[in-house]
Design a protein around this ligand. Sequence first.
Ligand code: OSB
Ligand code: MG
Length: 371
Amino acid sequence: MSFRIDQITLRHIRMPLVHFFETSFGRTYERAMILVEVSGGGISGWGEATCGENPFYNEEWTDSAWLILRDYVAPRVLHHEFGAAGEVGARTAHIRGHNMARGGLEAAAWDLEARLLGKPLYQHIGGGARREIPCGVSIGIQDTVAQLLQKIETEIKAGYQRIKMKIKPGWDIDVIKEVRKEFPSIKLMADANSAYTLKDIDHLRRLDEFYLMMIEQPLAHDEIIDHVPLQAALQTPICLDECIRSSHQAGQAIRMKACGIINIKLGRVGGFAEAVKVHDVCQANNIPVWCGGMLEAGIGRAHNIAMATLPDFVLPGDVSASKRYWSRDIITPPVEVTGRGTIVVRDEPGFGYPIDMDFLKQITVREETLR
Ligand code: OSB
Ligand code: MG
């Protein structure tokens, strides 16, 4: 459906996490994110730029997303006649990198178009393969092994279908050994967030002993090629995260056998149109995918749920209940998880959850409307 965006409002919000989140690249206590509201035909669509507060996961961070959106993305899309939301990403594809900022607006445009059509977003992107999304949790590096074991027990009792634990040199083999001793039969995986190099190949081979579902992004954030010899040396499948930023790269990684699984993050690939393409390349090559997370607030979380209804999202993802992150989310109701470890997909138009505008106002630290 053709539409024009005649107004864009950027909001910078701050939300403290219920519990700090630590990866190999650092610890986060409070999230700061940019929400993108695009308006056209008297209706608004919403998106979230999913970058971190610092350029440590990839090159983007909250303030870079604000500037990219305000100075480069908005001028390219305001008042442009779009034949469909699928054209929005191409309009900003001349920007090098910054997929999460670009993707925040692209996702908002899909939400707008879905609402203009009166359709749920998941249907509009071609999803709907399942009514319930299988959920796992991502558990950060803790101060002690005992704390980690406690957290795993809590999440398994809540019904989550798989546990992902973050690892780094010094918090890997010995810790996983303890986890396996306590929980021999859970679905378990490890995410290194680029903390190793090929020199660690013998060390990483020791992980095979723990029959992990997969090891996520062991090598550098921008590295595909070195994962090839590593994958050949491991029985455990490698899942690529950081280094897959396009369907082209997904195809390359699959062709060279750098991985057996890919995690798709909507923002990392620049929005829904490219996410669907990554999905399609994986599906055509029998590579299962799952939905990654970036500690999203409700809007980004709801977009992830829509994406995870595409057919090849067969593995439990990192999209879990709002209450694991926030004492209060920006959507009402918050995202909830069943005792079966699933999220039930909602059928309202757009991303499906009403926004708590009063709360949003309280946590907004900066707001700008562009026309
Ligand atoms: O690598 O998947 C990752 C959080 C921030 C940055 C990178 C990652 C993560 C997570 C958490 O693992 C996923 C979530 O619970 O949202
Ligand atoms: Mg990861």
